[in-house]
Structures are given as C-alpha cells and as structure tokens.
Design a protein around this ligand. Structure first.
Ligand code: C2O
Ligand code: CU
Length: 492
C-alpha cells in the first residue's frame, strides 16, 4: 500500500534507503492541491556575474514557514544563467555559507571548459569567505557550441548529495541564433522546469537523510553505512511543491531537468497528448521525436514542445507514471508533479516545430573501443562500495589517458544489479550503440548522461578538444557518486 518504507539489501549493505510508494502501478496518485503559481528563476545574462552562496529562506511549501536552504544567490534553484554561445562568461561564486559547510566547488554540467574551471570534487575549492571565478568560453574547437540546456551544481567530494539536497543547484542556458531561427516557442513560451524532491519536517525544514559516518569510517569500522538512495517525499518544480502555471492554448517549450539525487521520473501529460522532443540537455536532436512519455534520471534533460491548443479551460497535469518494470534500484517514482491551467486566447504568433532540427556533425568514430568503464558494487573486507572497474574513487589516481585531439570510443557497462545514470564530463558525446543496437531516436544528439540498466552496455564517442587536464566519470545518482562510483580521465 501507499506509504514510506525503509529498505536494505542483506547482500549489499550499502544499498539502503527509503522507498516511497504513492500508488499502484499504472496509476498516478491522487493529485495534491495546486496552490502556488510556478516561479521562474531570475535570469542573469551578463558576461561577469557574481553569485553569493548563502543560507536563505525559500518558499517551498504553500503554507507555513519558509524552508531554510543553502542557495546560489538566495533562491532555490539559483538564478538561471542565460548566455549567447561563443561569448566568454565569468561567474564568481562567493562562499558565504556557515563554517560547517566547508569548501565548495561549482560544476557547470554539460559544459566544456578547462579542468580548473570544471568545478571538480577536490581541486580549486572555494573555502569559506573566499570566492572563485569560473570562466566559460562556450566555444569548442574554435566554434561556438550548440545551444543547450545545462545546469550548475555543487560537486564537493563525498558531499555532493547533501550539498545538492540543501539547495546548491541552478540552471544554465546557452542560446544561439541558428536555433532561434527555427521558430520554436520562445520568450514566456519557453519554460525551464527544474524537477527535484525533498522531505520536510512538520515545520517545513529539510530533513537530514545524511546522518552518521563518512564513507571512510563505515568502510573500516563498525558504523552503519549512510543513506545510499536519497529520495524525498515531495516532488518540487523550480523549488516549489505542487505549483501551477497558467498557459495559453498554444505551444510551449519546456526544458525538463531531473535534478534529483536519486529518483527518475517517467513524465507524461494527463491529457494524453505527447511531448515533441526537440533536444537533449546538450543540444538539439537531428529530428524531432514524438514521445508519449519521457523517462529522465538524475542529471538528464529533455527539451520538449507541448501543445495546449484547443484545451482552453482545461487543467493538464504533468505526472511521473509508475513503470511496471521499476525495481527498487531504478528509483522511478510516481507523482502528480505540476498543473498547467490552460486559459485565455491562443497566442497571436504560433510557434513552429520543424521536422529537421540540426544535423549532428559527422565524427570518424573508431571501430575499436579504447576504454571500458564497468559500473559495479565491490565488496571489501568490511563492507562494500560503489565502484568503477572495481575501484573506489581516488582523486590521486588517473584511470585513463587520452591524447588531446584524438577521437575515442568508450564502452560503459553496468554489471551491478541496479540501474545507474552515468555522466561524462567535458566533451560533446554521441551515443554509438545501446546493447549493440543503434540508440533510440531521442539518443541521437549530444549526450552527457546515460541510463544503464543492469546488464546494459552503451558505447559513446567524442573528440577531445581544447583542454588538457583531468576530468570526471561518475554515476549521477549522487549517493553512488559520494560512495565511490567516480573515476578520472586525463587529456594530455
Ligand atoms: Cu552534474 Cu560531475 O556532474
Ligand atoms: Cu549509480
């Protein structure tokens, strides 16, 4: 029945967490009252930006006290940085958090930047009271990068899950003129939706799912392992529980981001109308793809157009539908997430969604794989840890070296018995195959995070351009990342 259950695996003691059951398979739970109007995070578009990382109260729940969070600039999510491609952008983050927060590091997810500007887990940290300026050139191989929907978030080693839970997340949009000429919905018809979840005390404060030992302590001692599957009872959109958005009966572009620590969402509209997917987080797809539902896991994004034409007066729900193949380890949950209230007259200028969007440039993909990354759970003497190629993350170790300018084909394999969402930093990755077959049409653009079900193998390729240095490979289920499932490659 519906409720909140603790679970753990007796073979894999690091695997435990909370399972929130909100309805029967195939059904979306009873929707909540949608009482708050959706906030659109403030947009910053200057070339030199300063963002103070500080505590602030955030209106998350519709009633009662505001929630004290750690924020970028006083809001959750932080401001949306929106920049034309090819223009250098400098963002200075000032660490004004309380002392116990320790040092921070800000990663622009989906970007292409020097290793020092990549916001890495142990390098160039921002100590309390200090600041650091990250430079984003938005250029690759001398050319402006394609328009994309990225985000930025804290990436501190061993604390990425708690720091993100407390609120250190924001969105980053790169625009380009070529995309603007396509005529997709724009202006207020282009809405970013940061989807995440949290649990709250009766006074609307964040619960602390991360008590107890740090990883090295439970690896070597009798302490219980920390939470390894952080879910929240409430699904939030742009930091609000159960918001509504008033829309006109026309087309809207929605930028969907799963910013949750662990959960995946299989998104669908209650009207039965499809999403027309035009892009991933890393750029437009070559062709639009009509999809009835879109499954997004942690860090995955989908750029979609939805059509409310002819629905004036109706309320349409955006929900996550429970999947019949869901297992505990995949973390797909069901929830009624937000409501669209279709009102008023159709927009005067209706947007278009052309069939052909943008070709993905040709890449001479090698026929042989130069690196296999295997995602698994490794058991050691005292416990177990999430591993890549049987190793726990060690910032002092480089796991693979790549020559600058070369093109490599990598194999990502999941040999564990739960799903992982694997993220690669830095380059513009393409998906070559999924279990030996061509990837589905929505995986034929640029990607940086792939779902890997148990036993699955995905092959990807990229050209390593512009920057030498060390970059990360990791699972974007943040508990897994914090508990060892991260590795490094070096471009030389
Ligand atoms: Cu969104 Cu390495 O992370
Ligand atoms: Cu994982």
């Amino acid at each position: 029945g519906a409720g909140e259950y603790a679970f753990y695996c007796s073979f894999h003691p690091t695997m435990h967490g909370t399972l929130v059951v909100t309805g029967e398979p195939g059904q979306v739970p009873e929707p909540p009252d949608f009482e708050q109007e959706l906030r659109i995070p403030e947009v910053l578009n200057g070339s030199d930006l300063t963002i103070h990382v500080r505590r602030a109260p955030v209106r998350v729940m519709p009633h009662g006290p505001r929630t004290r969070m750690w924020t970028y600039g006083g809001t959750f999510p932080g401001p949306t940085i929106k920049r034309p491609t090819g223009t250098t952008t400098r963002v200075t983050f000032v660490n004004d958090l309380p002392r116990r927060a320790g040092s921070l590091t800000v990663h622009q997810h989906g970007g292409h930047q020097t290793s020092a500007d990549d916001g890495q887990p142990t390098r160039q940290l921002i100590v309390r009271g200090d600041s650091r300026t990250y430079t984003y050139r938005l250029v690759e191989g001398g050319k402006p990068m394609p328009a994309s929907f990225r985000f930025y978030h804290d990436h501190r080693m061993g604390r990425t899950a708690p720091n993100n839970w407390r609120g250190l997340q924001g969105m980053f949009l790169v625009t380009d003129e070529r995309e603007e000429r396509l005529g997709l919905p724009s202006g207020r018809f282009d809405v970013p939706l940061h989807i995440s979840e949290r649990s709250f005390t009766p006074h609307n404060q964040l619960t602390d799912p991360f008590p107890g030992a740090r990883m090295h302590e439970w690896m070597t001692g009798p302490q219980a392992p920390p939470n390894d599957a952080t879910v929240g009872r409430r699904v939030l959109v742009n930091g609000q529980f159960a918001p509504y958005l008033k829309v006109r009966p026309g087309r809207y572009r929605l930028r969907l981001l799963d910013a949750s620590l662990f959960s995946a969402y299989d998104l669908a509209l209650s009207s039965g109308r499809p999403f027309v997917q035009v892009g991933t987080g890393s750029g437009l797809l070559p062709h639009k793809v009509v999809r009835q539902d879109i499954l997004l896991g942690p860090a995955q994004r989908a750029d979609v157009v939805v059509d409310f034409t002819g629905q004036a007066g109706e309320n349409v729900l955006l929900s996550s539908i429970p999947r019949s193949d869901a297992t505990v380890g995949t973390g797909t949950r069901s929830a009624a997430i937000m409501q669209f209230r279709v009102r008023g007259r159709p927009p005067t200028r209706d947007a278009r969604v052309p069939d052909a969007l943008r070709p993905v440039p040709h890449l001479d993909v090698p026929s042989t794989v130069s690196k296999t990354w295997t995602f698994d759970l490794t058991k050691s003497g005292h416990g177990s840890y999430w591993s890549i190629n049987d190793k726990m993350f060690d910032p002092g170790r480089v796991d693979h070296r790549v020559r600058l300018g070369s093109i490599e084909r990598w194999r990502l394999r999941n040999t564990s018995d739960v799903t992982h969402y694997v993220h690669l930093h830095e380059e513009q990755w393409r998906t070559i195959s999924r279990d030996g077959r061509p990837p589905p049409p929505w995986e034929r653009g640029f990607e940086d995070t792939w779902r890997l079900d148990p036993g699955e193998t995905v092959e990807v390729a990229a050209r390593f351009t512009d920057y030498r240095g060390v970059f990360m490979v990791h699972c974007h289920m943040l508990d897994h990342e914090d508990h060892g499932m991260m590795a490094q490659f070096e471009v030389y």
